[in-house]
Every structure is written in structure tokens, then in C-alpha cells.
Design a protein around this ligand. Structure first.
Ligand code: 5BU
Length: 455
């Protein structure tokens, strides 16, 4: 079987899929590989075995192994053709008896060729090689079917392993494109995605800080994308509404300086609710001064925001000094940068938003995501596509119906927001001015979650 035909067949059986997939890490990927079912198609299985046998014919090795589960049957067939003994590492550690983690007969000093189906980070290959090493088995060559990332090759090289791949991701994309299975746009989206994964997520910086992760966990756990903006002027109304809505929200957004009767008890009660109902606290302070000033505004004064708010909002306009001023010496806090406001005629244009994303990407340990708004899902999607992987898009200016208020606020619908790529919707008056805020919050939550699940 040729490599072209092999890739086309993988596409036919949906072992290679294109669309919008959420990976285990929560990242959204434009493509997905799952080669597990390949073993049930004899023609494809034989095809790949032949391609691997051809690829490894000049390599010197004594044993062969496949990483369970997918690569193990493949390695078995190759062991038969090449007449080499098969050994493998058990997937679950043995709980009793001799701690024999390698199955099969081998002698110390032998050299083992590792086979795997996909390589992304190289972690599972390295883990397997370590187990072999402990038992005196050497590894210097690794053969994989699809090489998804280039950094893995370099990483393996650094530790003295040669990687032999049947096909690299870019080659597979070219083949599929030449047979009109995917468009030029899809190819460029996938390349953009893998580039940002390689640069940002796997070996170097992780664009997902601890608080981003926590928020994503709460979203998944509470099956909600709802952030409530509880803009009322007194504690009594505040806690009355919170009591009815807390179970539905992932984050509570405050404008602490609009409360007429703020006192320390407010913070104590707010914390009680956030623990009881598992939501994060987000003070929409919109800091916008030089680093030294925001440092004091954040820590001092009546509100001492840094002591109680998990997140704050920050304007990128003063430059990144604002982030360093805010968070220096402070742990477990992060912010959302304002990328595109919801108010009519705001001056944040595309170039500005792009620069904001750059600043957020360079400071991902402090920036969990962005506030962005667009009138339609197409426009919002354009914004979303520029957001670094792992960071979030929160959208204000959302109501059940489109419209405006009399002070420049523009509303679009839950559908436009979620289908355009918002990870959370920020809703204020749509909920707090309703007759029954608890029921309305539930309605927003369910509507958003239904749409979000379908993406
Ligand atoms: P509303 O009642 O749903 O319109 O409230 C929206 C909230 O979100 C309100 O607290 C605003 O200050 C906040 N907001 C916004 O509406 N638009 C923006 O671009 C940003 C914040 Br940033």
C-alpha cells in the first residue's frame, strides 16, 4: 500500500477527522487522530505493517515492542515478519508478586525497537524506554506511524533516540488536500494550531495557568458557562439574588465600588457563598494606570481587591508594566484583558485586539483570557481564532434578545455568543432585572450549555 492510499483509507474510516474537537486538556483542536480501530481493517493493517517493515529494514535491533494498546498488535505482526522476539511493558503496574513489568523473554544488553502509532509529546515512548533501561534493555530507535509534532523529534534526539516516522502531519495534510478531502483553509488552521501547541503548550510555556484550569474545571463540573454580573447597589439585594443564582454560575462578577454599604462582612459572606456553591470571584475593576499605581489600587484603599477576588479585568493600553505592577509578589490571582468592549463606538479595533492577545500570550501565567464582544457569531469567531490556545474568551453584552440600552451597551444573543466561540457569557441585567433571577439564570445556563456541548 502506498502512503497516499494509507492516509486516504485512514480518513475513510474516520481515524483522521476534521472539525472542532475538545482535547483532554480542554484545548480545542481542528483535527483529531484515533488509530485504534485500524486493527479491524485487514487491508489497512497489512498496509501499515508493510510500510513500517520497509522503513526499519536497515535498523539493527534484537527485540521489538509496541506501546499498548494500539501499537501492540502492529508490533506483533512486524515481529512475525522480521523474525524478532516480541516483548512489551504491561500497561497496568502489577500489584503483587515479582514486580515484573516487562512481558516476554529477553536478556540484558539487548536492543529493542519501539513501535507506536502517534507521537505528539514523546512522553509515552520515553516512559517505556525508561522501564526497559531499568531492566538492562537498550533503546535507540523508535518507529511511529504519524508524527504530529516536530518538537518530539528534537526531544528524542537530545536523549539519543532516532525517530523513524511513516508520515509527518504536514505530509498527511498535503495528501488529503491533493485529493480534495480538506480545504486550504483547514490546512492552514491545523498548521496554526500545531504551531501554537508546539510553541506554547507542550514543552515550553503553558498558556493555561492554574486559575484558568480551575475555571475550566468548574465549567465542566457545573455544566455552565454563565458568569453573573451582580450589579446592584446594596448588600441585601446582592445576597438575595446570589442566593437564588449561585448554583447556576461559574463566576460572580462584581463592581465593588458601586455598593453603597460595603464593609468587611460583605467579603466574608461572599467567600462563604463562593465555597459553598463552587464559583470564582471576578472584580471587574478595569485597571488602566501605570504599574506602580495599579499595584496600590489593587492592594490598598477600602476594597483591598487583591485579598478576595480571584480575577480582575485589566486594560492593556498602558503596556505590560500594568501586569507586573498588579501581580508582583501575589499568588493565585489572574486577570482578563479587555480585547474588545461591548459598548457602541469603542475604540478597540482589530489591530488593538491583536496586540492585546500578544500581551496575554507573553504573560499567560497572569492572563487567563480576554473580554471580547461581537455583534455576530462570524465576527466573534474571527476574534476567537486569534486567541492563544488554552486562554478563554468571556463575552459581555448578552441577553436573550438582541438590543441596546440607552447608554451605549449593545446586546447580542446567547446563540451568537456561544456559537461564535465564547467560553463564558457575562450576563447582568438580563438576570438581575428579571422577576425570578434564579429561574432566569437557569434558563441562560441551560441554553448556553446546550449550544456549547454541540460545538
Ligand atoms: P449587563 O447588565 O448585562 O449589560 O451588564 C454587563 C456587565 O459587564 C456590566 O457590569 C459591565 O460593566 C460589564 N462589561 C460590559 O458590559 N462590556 C464590556 O465590554 C466590559 C464589561 Br469589559
Amino acid at each position: 500500500m502506498t502512503r497516499d492510499l494509507f492516509i486516504l483509507k485512514l480518513h475513510d474510516i474516520e481515524a483522521i477527522k476534521f472539525g472542532n474537537f475538545t482535547l483532554k486538556s480542554g484545548l480545542k483542536s481542528p483535527f483529531y487522530f484515533d488509530l485504534r480501530d485500524m486493527i479491524s481493517y485487514p487491508e489497512i493493517l497489512n498496509g501499515i505493517v508493510d510500510l513500517i517493515v520497509e522503513r526499519i529494514k536497515d535498523i539493527d535491533f534484537d527485540y521489538i515492542t509496541g506501546i499498548p494498546y494500539t501499537a501492540l498488535p502492529i508490533a506483533t505482526l512486524i515481529a512475525d515478519i522480521t523474525d524478532k522476539p516480541l516483548i512489551y511493558v504491561r500497561k497496568e503496574e502489577k500489584a503483587y508478586g515479582t514486580k515484573n513489568n516487562i512481558i516476554g523473554k529477553f536478556s540484558k544488553g539487548g536492543k529493542c525497537l519501539i513501535i507506536d502509532d502517534l507521537i505528539t509529546t514523546g512522553e509515552s515512548i520515553i516512559e517505556t524506554a525508561e522501564i526497559f533501561k531499568k531492566e538492562g534493555i537498550k533503546v535507540s530507535d523508535v518507529a511511529v506511524i504519524i508524527e504530529r509534532s516536530y518538537d518530539a523529534r528534537n526531544k528524542l534526539k537530545e536523549i539519543g533516540f532516532n525517530l523513524h516516522s511513516i508520515i509527518q502531519l504536514d505530509e498527511a495534510l498535503e495528501i488529503l488536500k491533493s485529493y480534495n478531502r480538506i480545504s486550504n483553509q483547514q490546512v492552514s488552521d491545523i498548521k496554526k494550531f500545531t504551531r501554537s501547541m508546539t510553541e506554547g503548550n507542550i514543552f515550553g510555556k503553558n498558556f493555561e495557568n492554574k486559575l484558568t484550569k480551575k475555571l475550566k474545571e468548574i465549567i465542566a463540573l457545573k455544566q455552565s458557562n454563565l458568569v453573573l454580573s451582580l450589579d446592584v447597589d446594596n448588600q441585601n439585594d446582592f445576597f438575595k439574588i446570589l442566593d437564588k443564582t449561585a448554583e447556576h454560575i461559574v463566576m460572580l462578577k462584581t463592581h465593588i465600588d458601586t455598593l453603597n454599604d460595603f464593609d468587611d462582612k460583605f467579603i466574608t459572606l461572599l467567600h462563604y457563598y463562593s465555597k459553598k456553591y463552587n464559583f470564582l470571584i471576578f472584580e471587574d475593576r478595569k485597571f488602566a494606570d501605570i504599574g506602580n499605581t495599579v499595584k496600590n489600587q489593587y492592594r490598598q484603599g477600602v476594597f483591598k481587591i487583591s485579598e478576595w477576588a480571584d480575577f480582575v479585568t485589566v486594560h492593556a493600553i498602558p503596556g505590560e508594566g500594568i501586569l507586573h505592577g498588579l501581580f508582583k509578589g501575589i499568588e493565585n490571582r489572574a486577570c482578563f484583558l479587555l480585547a474588545k468592549m461591548s459598548s457602541k463606538g469603542n475604540l478597540m479595533n482589530e489591530t488593538y485586539s491583536r496586540k492585546v492577545f500578544e500581551m496575554g500570550e507573553n504573560n499567560s501565567e497572569l492572563v487567563s483570557g480576554y473580554i471580547g464582544h461581537a455583534e455576530s457569531k462570524t465576527e466573534l469567531r474571527k476574534l476567537k481564532n486569534k486567541i492563544p490556545n488554552g486562554q478563554l474568551l468571556l463575552m459581555p453584552g448578552v441577553k436573550l434578545q438582541k438590543g441596546n440600552d440607552d447608554a451605549g451597551q449593545q446586546y447580542t444573543t446567547v446563540e451568537e455568543a456561544i456559537e461564535g466561540g465564547a467560553d463564558c457569557i457575562i450576563v447582568g441585567r438580563g438576570i438581575i432585572e428579571s422577576e425570578n433571577p434564579g429561574e432566569t439564570a437557569k434558563e441562560y445556563k441551560q441554553k448556553a450549555w446546550e449550544l456549547y456541548k454541540k460545538l
